[in-house]
Design a protein around this ligand. Structure first.
Ligand code: FES
Length: 569
């Protein structure tokens, strides 16, 4: 019997070995197609309800071509597609479920390695988390960004420009007919959001961490070069099985250092903080929030990409893409980190060039000298909170204002546009009970819409604080991921209308200006809300999910304990 893992299924001289061979041939494959070959699982997050992955059936065929060419046997296995706009209350509720599907799909099947096909927000971390835990040779194929939205000779960016147009429409500045026209023009091809939102951030970080072939994350989804990359990824998967190159041999503390450096230089999504912490925890590596903050103080924002800047992913690709950006970061990176190419990161980016200093700025002329993200602490967020300072209003980064508290999304939606809402632009809007356990699932509700009465007066930003997350495509002075969350009785649960909240982004503080004795009184009187979820996945999730500063993964999915190989009869 060969040393391949799949040989336990296909080469056994047993009754079930006979069945395994017979049933593979039932699929139309001859014995010579699979006998003795490494089996590559292609985990695809395709669905009609994930249009970001609309090209994945064709791409899976491209990956298969590469696997066949290299002498492997490809098998496609569908996993949860998690189309970000459609999955409610939030795709984040299912990130760990996709991770479980990934890990268990690999464990229970006769496969030797995997190509992970993802890109739309939670699919990238979900697939990678599962692959880390299963630890078979695995390589990630990013979906690639969709084409730039175009409307009336303007470039439209996913999420970012939708949010701006929505505010203008609501304020009566943009007529209905134009708003509908814009709606039709904003997403005109397969591919993930083409702003530097969570999808572009996480696929770029997957590449930086060495989990893709060099250059894979920046290629637009419909570009023929994306197909070439899919074929090359399939080929490489077979080579990785031969070399026994597994995620735990690729990923190290240096990989996470490099990912955080890239996150800051990209002006990337706040969601990356949660996903990177969760990945590190699967590996048993410590990745405290303060590590993000200390690198944020050293790394300049170089990518001029929306929502922090002006350009979109097609421009970034033409400007040299991620390899170009990384080549500008030089000594800030740990070039010795390993990658799935079998080389080091420094070797993978050697010779990369930047073709536009406007889109990818030089370190001498950055978008922002430091501080893409800030980690805040204080009596309102003892375990931390996150602010994307590169996408905030500079004048609000140091602010003191009166709190207006919303108990959850239903309360917010019911009152935000009410003429009676006692709000002005100096207020701080607070949304709570939307953390990992609260909803559950920690939805992207933190970028609460600005109240209509302020929009009508031309106000487009206001300080907002919540235990929720924010779409990576959005902008504003929005403090997120407050931990511990309100549903656990964290200090956010104790805020009352009219309390003063102080934000100091430079000083990294977030405080509730209420005497300690009064807070202690409120805490003693606090009672948890009863959960609406008495069964099923939502209950399992809420019972086991960890807090945002620990990656919001399930406690049973940590690095310790054992998941043995399946017994085969
Ligand atoms: Fe799929 Fe944004 S909706 S990446």
């Amino acid at each position: 019997m060969s040393s391949l893992r799949s040989a336990r299924w296909f080469e056994a001289a047993t009754r079930m070995g006979h069945t395994h061979r017979q049933r593979i041939m039932q699929g139309g494959f001859a014995r010579a197609d699979f006998a003795g070959k490494p089996v590559v699982a292609i985990l695809s997050t395709w669905s009609d309800l994930n249009p970001c992955h609309g090209h994945f059936r064709e791409r899976a065929d491209d990956v298969k071509r590469g696997v066949w060419e290299a002498g492997g046997f490809p098998v496609e296995i569908p996993v949860m597609a998690l189309g970000e706009p459609f999955v409610k209350p939030t795709a984040m509720l299912y990130r760990s479920l996709l991770a479980i599907q990934t890990e268990e799909s690999l464990r229970c099947h006769p496969v030797d390695g995997a190509v992970l096909m993802g890109g739309c927000d939670k699919t990238t971390p979900g697939l990678i988390l599962g692959a880390i835990s299963m630890n078979l040779p695995a390589i990630f194929l990013p979906a690639g960004p969709m084409l730039t939205g175009r409307w009336r000779n303007q470039a439209l960016g996913s999420g970012t420009d939708t949010a701006k147009a929505f505010m203008d429409w609501k304020a009566g500045v943009l007529p209905d007919a134009e708003f509908r026209e814009m709606e039709e023009a904003g997403a005109r091809s397969p591919g993930h959001c083409m702003t530097m939102g969570t999808a572009s951030t996480m696929t770029a970080l997957a590449e930086t961490m060495g989990l893709t072939l060099p250059g894979a994350s920046s290629i637009p989804a419909p570009d023929s070069r994306h197909r070439h990359m899919a074929v090359a990824t399939g080929r490489r998967a077979v080579e990785m099985i031969a070399a026994d190159l597994r995620p735990r041999a690729v990923l190290s503390d240096a990989s996470f250092h490099n990912a955080i450096v890239a996150l800051m230089a990209l002006g990337g999504s706040t969601n990356a903080v949660i996903h990177l912490v969760a990945m590190a925890r699967r590996l048993g590596l410590a990745l405290p929030l303060d590590r993000f903050d200390s690198l944020s103080r050293r790394v300049p924002v170089l990518a001029d990409l929306r929502p922090s800047g002006r350009y979109l992913m097609e421009d970034f690709f033409e400007a040299g893409g991620l390899r170009g950006l990384l080549s500008r970061l030089g000594d800030l990176l740990d070039g010795g980190a390993r990658t799935v190419s079998g080389r080091t990161l420094a070797e993978d980016i050697a010779g990369a060039k930047v073709w536009s200093d406007e889109v990818i700025r030089t370190r001498a002329d950055p978008i922002k000298a430091t501080g893409g993200l800030a980690i805040l602490r204080g009596n309102l967020a003892p375990d931390g909170a996150v602010l994307k300072s590169s996408a905030a209003t500079p004048g609000l980064l140091r602010h003191r204002g009166r709190a207006i508290v919303f108990e959850g999304w239903a309360d917010f939606a019911a009152r935000v546009d009410s003429a009676d809402l006692d709000v002005d632009e100096t207020c701080v809007m607070v949304l709570r009970n939307c953390g990992p356990r609260g909803t559950p699932g920690m939805p992207e509700w933190g970028m609460m819409q600005v109240p209509k009465k302020l929009l009508d007066r031309g106000v487009r930003d206001i300080v907002r604080v919540s235990d929720a997350r924010m779409s990576g495509t959005h902008f504003g002075t929005v403090v997120l991921h407050v931990a511990p969350e309100a549903a656990l009785g964290g200090p956010l649960a104790l805020v009352r209308d009219g309390d003063i909240i102080e934000l100091d982004a430079e000083g990294r503080s977030l405080d509730l200006v209420v005497p300690e004795a009064e807070l202690a009184r409120r805490k003693a009187a606090w009672r948890p809300q009863s959960s609406r979820h008495g069964r099923g996945w939502a209950k399992l999730y809420a019972d086991h999910v960890e807090q945002a500063d620990r990656g919001a993964d399930l406690d049973v999915l940590g690095p310790t304990g054992e998941s043995p190989e399946p017994e085969i009869n």
